[in-house]
Design a protein around this ligand. Structure first.
Ligand code: GLU
Length: 436
């Protein structure tokens, strides 16, 4: 569709649906924040061009023998956004909704995340469109090994280092390190992947790392605001690794988690949900909370607008929208998920005076411990849990201070400050690499 403007030039008319489709695109949300930071930092058009696109996209169609004797072909991606600051780093997502635009956005967010917390990695992400909870262990193993073979020239301890993300865990990482090592004549190469089981060179504290980091930044923010955690209430959207562990740590710190949810729906209990019970229930019911008796049923949408102090979106992208943002009552949001807030919702939250600890800082605890896992693998020397936690706490607190200080100095939101730091560090490295 198009129309003529006052100068007689043809210009496109963007329909409401097209706009909505555009804004529900996580890559568009990522780009709009990147461009805002680039404007302030004065990036050249060339630098923008390089960083606004992924550097590599690998797609593979993986035939997998299913248990019933049929063969199914799965679409799989690995996107490297940037290697300016180090090898590609980022998880692998197994989910029905996985698509390339999403993986592109997630890869770019890894670049900004690693840069903002100052660990020597670039950004990457993988994804396979599949329904892991409906697949057998054997099918998942064959799928993961096929993916590793397809990406054997992409992955590497100095090239691109995968890790768990939604729908994957230490189990899949074990298959990856095994398959990758077989492909390399049996040389054991644990540093090719992080988030491994402890027995295979994983790090103590990796499983809890993201939720622990989310809690740490929430406590840091409260301290800056002169608020004590005791007696505050929180709602946590998403009950996977990040949501459930964040909920556990928040309640251990005296914050009453009154609502939790997963994709089957949510639960509200004004006295606080018993998180260990919810975790037990989920683990005994194929990973879902459906049927949990610890609270009244609410929808995911209701959870987001509850009258709580703290909101932790720890599920999918694009949950906080321009439509629901005006109704959010929490005054502190910590983004456990990647990209849970649409770019168009940012100014609404800001006008309401809500403090948002952005994803690239709030959920960086996972990749920080991944970095220490990789360091341990390369040194062949392993840290105690306390050593890992001390290092990780120090790293994320330093990043929090950097972001907070920058936000105050430039009078911008924490998200804008985090992007300014991340894009600045990345572009400086890009310049040092020289011309291409
Ligand atoms: N998937 C996690 C994230 O989004 C962890 C990535 C990693 O450890 O490399 O940050």
């Amino acid at each position: 569709m198009s129309r003529k403007n006052k100068d007689g030039m043809i210009e496109p008319v963007v329909s409401a649906e097209a706009l909505a489709a555009q804004s529900a695109d996580p890559y568009a949300s990522m780009l709009s924040r990147f461009h805002a930071a680039s404007d302030r930092l004065g990036l050249s058009p060339d630098e923008r061009e390089v960083l606004s696109r992924p550097s590599e996209i690998h797609i593979a169609y993986l035939p997998v023998a299913m248990d019933d004797g049929s063969v199914r072909v799965f679409e799989a991606y690995r996107v490297i956004h940037s290697r300016a600051l180090g090898p590609g780093k980022g998880g692998i997502r197994y989910a029905a909704e996985v698509n390339m635009r999403e993986v592109m956005a997630l890869a770019a967010w890894m670049t900004w995340k690693c840069a903002v917390v100052n660990i020597p990695y670039g950004g990457a992400k993988g994804g396979i469109t599949c329904e892991p909870k409906k697949m057998s262990v054997g099918e998942l193993e064959r799928l993961t090994r096929a993916y590793t073979r397809a990406m054997s020239d992409v992955f590497g301890p100095d090239k691109d280092i995968p890790a768990p993300d939604m729908g994957t865990s230490a189990r899949e990482m074990a298959w990856i390190v095994d398959e990758y090592s077989r492909l390399h004549r049996g040389n054991y190469i644990p540093a090719v992947v992080t988030g491994k089981p402890l027995e295979l060179g994983g790090s103590k504290g990796r499983v809890e790392a993201t939720g622990r980091g989310v809690t740490t930044v929430i406590l840091q923010a409260l301290q800056r605001m002169d608020r004590r955690p005791e007696g505050l209430t929180a709602a946590v959207q998403g009950f996977g690794n990040v949501g459930s562990i964040t909920a556990k740590y928040l309640s251990q710190n005296g914050i009453r988690v009154v609502a939790i949810s997963d994709k089957t729906g949510g639960f509200y209990n004004e006295n606080g949900i018993l998180i260990h019970q919810a975790i037990q229930y989920r683990d005994a019911h194929s990973g879902f909370l459906e049927g949990f008796k610890g609270g009244d049923r609410i929808s995911n949408e209701e959870l987001l607008t509850l009258g709580v102090d703290i909101l932790v979106p720890a599920a999918l992208e694009d949950q906080i929208t321009p439509q629901n943002a005006p109704h959010i009552k929490a005054w502190l949001i910590a983004e456990g998920a990647n990209g849970p807030t649409m770019a168009e919702a940012d100014p609404i939250l800001q006008d309401k005076g809500i403090t948002v600890i952005p994803d690239i800082l709030a959920n960086a605890g996972g990749v920080i411990v991944s970095y220490y896992e990789w360091v341990q693998n390369r040194r062949g020397h392993y840290y105690t849990e306390t050593e890992v936690q001390d290092r990780a706490d120090h790293t994320i607190k330093q990043a929090f201070d950097d972001v907070f200080t920058r936000a105050a100095a430039q009078k911008v939101s924490l998200r804008e400050a985090a992007y300014l730091i991340a894009v600045e560090r990345t572009v400086r490295a890009l310049r040092m690499h020289g011309r291409y």
